[in-house]
Design a protein around this ligand. Structure first.
Ligand SMILES: [Zn+2]
Length: 162
């Protein structure tokens, strides 16, 4: 019963995000749908510090993923665990357990209490973007795409340090 209430609350939260985004997009998108679609910044980052959000957006810009998330949520550990349970998430050993992506809603969750640094963010975000690009929950599918994205991150780092 308690779980059901939480599920309802979280789904309600999602609906609100969804509404907010639709309204926001329709204002910007008037007559310019293609421009909005091709924008690589057209996703919401929620709950991050200004620094985390800046890093995330810069990294995603560099990785040029074929499929963008609709939203990236940084959530405290307790909420992260609850959300993972509601989505029946199973994290295989050896893979990240501080991020996961819910494919149907294209939402990536990041456990903000386990955030390490920019390198960590880029490495694992590449993995989550791999899930989105392959539209697969399989870790090997995600990693296959992630390796290409990580290469792009590395190249950008080298270019910046010159
Ligand atoms: Zn994964």
């Amino acid at each position: 019963m308690k779980l059901r209430i939480w599920t309802a609350l979280i789904l309600l939260g999602f609906t609100q995000f969804g509404w907010g985004q639709t309204t926001g997009n329709s204002i910007v998108a008037t007559g310019k749908e293609t421009a909005v679609e091709s924008s690589s910044n057209n996703y919401a980052v929620i709950g991050a510090t200004a620094g985390q959000e800046a890093s995330l957006r810069a990294q995603i810009q560099v990785m040029q993923p074929s499929v963008l998330p609709l939203r990236v949520l940084f959530v405290p550990h307790r909420k992260y665990v609850d959300t993972a349970r509601i989505f029946h998430l199973h994290v295989p050993a050896g893979y990240t357990s501080a991020m996961f992506t819910h494919l149907p809603s294209r939402t990536t969750f990041i456990d903000s209490d386990r955030y390490q640094n920019e390198d960590w963010l880029g490495y694992w975000m590449a993995h989550e973007l791999g899930h989105l690009a392959s539209n697969s929950t399989k870790e090997e599918d995600a990693e296959k795409v992630a390796r290409e994205y990580r290469k792009r991150l590395k190249q950008a780092l080298v270019a910046n340090s010159r």
